[in-house]
Design a protein around this ligand. Structure first.
Ligand SMILES: [Zn+2]
Length: 240
């Protein structure tokens, strides 16, 4: 192979490597954005579950509060009925018994009233929590929607860039002989996305091993596309 052909092939391979390196980075960004997109839902979902939990607890407390209300009404009726019997009572013994009944019922009422007060305070505190969490949820939903729109626009941009890069890549790859192109692709897959590297100061910049002098000499003469004997990456020399 003539030196100028080797030079041209290496130039094309380096270009291919640049495009592939850039595309790898873009794809990595893309994956991160997609991951973030998935995470957005999870965070909103987490707060949403908390809001649902608070609403359910609140409903349970309100049901308990209603029961106490009914109990209080019943107990007040009980007092009123007992007191209404008093004027018609004939014996002192019966009178005392009814007074005692009224007294017990009133005591019960005070107890229920205390429990209602406690329940109302609990409901008020929980309702405050619910309002705060609902506000947080609304804010998060708005934030997530804005972020989602941003990410989706960014993903569309990335896909357009990748498509353009792919077209460039195909145009360049077509100019490289199939056998070299295959070698490049295999290396790209097996060597962490880096197939073409510089040979600098006697060493391969891919694996950092020293290159034998005869490899360097061949590289210098540009008789063929050269590989590092250690990592097999395609190597090129930058002439000073
Ligand atoms: Zn190497």
């Amino acid at each position: 192979m003539e030196a100028k052909d080797v030079q041209e092939q290496m130039r094309l391979l380096k270009e291919l490597q640049d495009i592939d390196t850039a595309a790898q980075k873009i794809r990595l960004d893309r994956r991160q954005l997609e991951k973030e997109l998935g995470g957005l839902d999870a965070e909103v979902e987490r707060v949403s579950v908390m809001v649902t939990g608070l609403r359910e607890s609140l409903e349970a407390l309100q049901a308990e509060r209603r029961e106490l209300g009914h109990a209080l009404t019943q107990e007040r009726d009980h007092v009123a009925r007992a007191e209404s019997r008093l004027p018609a009572i004939k014996t002192q013994k019966e009178y005392i018994a009814v007074l005692k009944e009224v007294d017990t019922a009133k005591k019960m009422n005070r107890d229920i009233e205390e429990r209602i007060k406690g329940k109302d305070a609990e409901i008020a505190a929980l309702d405050q929590d619910r309002l705060e969490k609902e506000k947080e949820l609304a804010e998060q939903q708005a934030e997530a929607a804005a972020r989602r729109a941003h990410i989706e626009a960014r993903l569309a941009e990335i896909d357009a860039t990748l498509a353009a890069r792919e077209a460039e890549r195909v145009a360049i790859a077509e100019q490289i002989p199939l056998v070299t192109r295959k070698r490049y692709q295999t290396l790209l897959d097996r060597r962490g996305g880096i197939a073409v590297v510089e040979a600098r100061q006697g060493a391969c910049q891919g694996c950092h091993m020293q290159l034998p002098p005869q490899v360097f000499n061949s590289l210098f003469r540009q008789e063929e596309v050269m590989s590092c004997p250690h990592c097999h990456r395609l190597i090129f020399l930058i002439r000073q």
